[in-house]
Design a protein. Structure first.
Length: 516
């Protein structure tokens, strides 16, 4: 792995983190089978031993070392970017080098998504081991979503000034360190580590989209971005559910979070194949690396107009589009982390048998992956802006269906159709929303813009979870009337202020943003 900061410090930090994790093993081993025959590892009530304390100290030391070591020797400012852009020819094919990068980043998204996805699987075990009620346990998803919101904003900003690759490396290192939330004997420590875990998970998504937008050939960029985002999200959930099925019966809920250590180290080992943005390399004067990147990805150097090269100009069209995308992301987050997350409880409150309720949710969830494929096809073959609007409208149709008379929704078939509209709209929308954002903002602010929209896609969920802490749990019939207007407005705004990005060169899109 090539680092342009201080490699010795970076690897020393990584070594300290790994050593700190290993020092947690003795206490984890002692906790296995504790608690009156309970399955798995139970640490509640056990004081931290000397090894665990030393391990946490090493991790606290390793994180800043890795941070300083990974930082580039020169921070990039807007004036450094110039007006030269590197992009593959419009008709350039995908190569094995593209496939390798896509494979590594897809694995990164699956690993990254897997950890927050385990929250639903660990909550019953957390409540049982710590002896806490549902309201207290709800702090865990609230803290995690708060962390992802902060992480999306922080890492998006970091990616613009320190490079895409540096941000991915640091997010991965933090991910490895926070896997030890599964070793905390006290619930309050779990909350602290869960916030840090959320911050690491929130950082990967916007940076991956920004990087892929800059290295993929224009005619393949749209469908690759949508497909990798959708498959990464669905794959992360499947990995989390599979790990719960395999590991939790033997080792308990803690194993689902401890799994972040080996998977994070695997991603760190594969990071040597993650490239840096070509314009970032140019601004840093890293000519040898830039030449290799141009050769491997068949880039062509092109000049754009000086005004279009302005990396931080927040023009009126950009502000309008940004507002529309933020509103869309907020609506999506409330539907996903509010209505759909609490839907099992809502269905039981409506009088549906738990088995029937589970069957309804499973039937709706089966269409998640085909939805992503369909969204990728529409986005790349039909219209990028049109696909975003269409999926918002499908979600809006589901909200409208929730307002049907109670007698109608007492039918399992009718309610399943309403849920399916919400699932189709929400799964498809999140697959296209961040790629669309990444395509519509220039290099100097692409990370921050994508991070802002990604953070907004968590903020609504954070707000809903915060209300749930006070017993204000959203229901389908209660929340739908409040969401219909803002979701409808977001569709209108994207339709009015969005731009078509399908198959278009990023240099043309950057120029259009200034001229509009």
């Amino acid at each position: 792995m090539t680092l342009r900061g201080q490699p010795a410090l970076f690897w020393a930090g990584c070594a300290a983190i790994v050593a700190g994790a290993i020092l947690h093993v003795p206490m984890l081993a002692m906790g296995y089978g504790m608690g009156g025959g309970a399955v798995g590892i139970r640490l509640v009530g056990m004081p931290m031993d000397g090894w665990m304390t030393a391990g946490m100290a090493l991790i606290a030391l390793g994180l800043p070392l890795a941070l300083v070591g990974a930082m580039p020797r020169r921070i990039v400012h807007a004036d450094d970017l110039g007006n030269t852009v590197y992009e593959a020819a419009d008709d350039a094919p995908l190569t094995s080098r593209h496939a390798l990068v896509v494979g590594v980043l897809l694995l990164g998204l699956i690993i990254d998504t897997m950890k927050p996805a385990t929250l639903g699987f660990v909550l019953p075990g957390v409540r049982d081991e710590y002896g806490i009620d549902a309201d207290t346990a709800a702090l865990l998803p609230f803290v995690a979503l708060t962390g992802t919101t902060v992480g999306s904003l922080l890492w998006g900003w970091l990616a613009d000034i320190c490079g895409r690759r540096t941000s991915i490396l640091l997010s991965t290192v933090l991910f490895v360190a926070t896997s030890l939330c599964g070793a905390m004997p006290d619930f309050s420590w779990n909350l602290v580590m869960c916030f840090a875990m959320g911050a690491s998970a929130g950082g990967m998504l916007p940076v991956v989209y920004a990087l892929l937008a800059e290295i993929m050939p224009p005619r393949h960029r749209s469908w690759v971005l949508v497909l990798i985002g959708g498959v990464g999200s669905v794959g992360g959930y499947l990995a989390a559910s599979g790990a719960a099925w395999l590991l939790e019966p033997l080792f308990g809920w803690r194993s689902l979070w401890l799994l972040g250590m080996p998977t994070g180290l695997l991603l760190l080992a594969l990071a040597r194949w993650i490239p840096e943005s070509p314009r970032f390399l140019l601004a840093q004067g890293r000519k040898a690396e830039l030449d290799r990147l141009v050769r491997d990805f068949r880039f062509i150097a092109r000049t754009i107009a000086p005004d279009a090269a302005d990396a931080v100009a927040v023009t009126k069209p950009r502000r309008r589009l940004g507002g529309a995308l933020v509103l869309t992301a907020l609506g999506w987050s409330v539907v996903t982390f509010g209505l759909l997350l609490w839907l099992p409880s809502d269905l039981r409150a409506r009088g549906f048998d738990p088995a029937v309720a589970s069957a309804m949710l499973a039937s709706s969830a089966l269409i998640a992956l085909p939805t992503v494929v369909a969204a990728a096809l529409l986005y790349s073959r039909w219209s990028s802006k049109g696909t975003v609007v269409l999926l918002v409208l499908l979600m809006l149709a589901g909200l409208g269906g929730a307002l049907l008379p109670a007698s109608t929704l007492s039918s399992a078939a009718a309610l399943t159709a309403v849920i399916a509209l919400l699932v189709v709209g929400s799964n498809g929308l999140i697959a296209v929303l961040l790629p669309y954002t990444a395509e519509n903002y220039p290099l100097g602010i692409r990370g921050r813009a994508t991070g802002l929209v990604a953070g907004s896609s968590k903020f609504g969920g954070m707000a809903v979870q915060g209300l749930a802490l006070f017993g204000l749990v959203p229901t389908l019939a209660g929340a739908a009337p409040l969401l219909i207007v803002p979701v409808a407005v977001s569709a209108l705004l994207v339709s009015a202020w969005g731009r078509e990005s399908r198959g278009r060169s990023l240099r043309d899109l950057e120029g259009q943003a200034i001229r509009s």
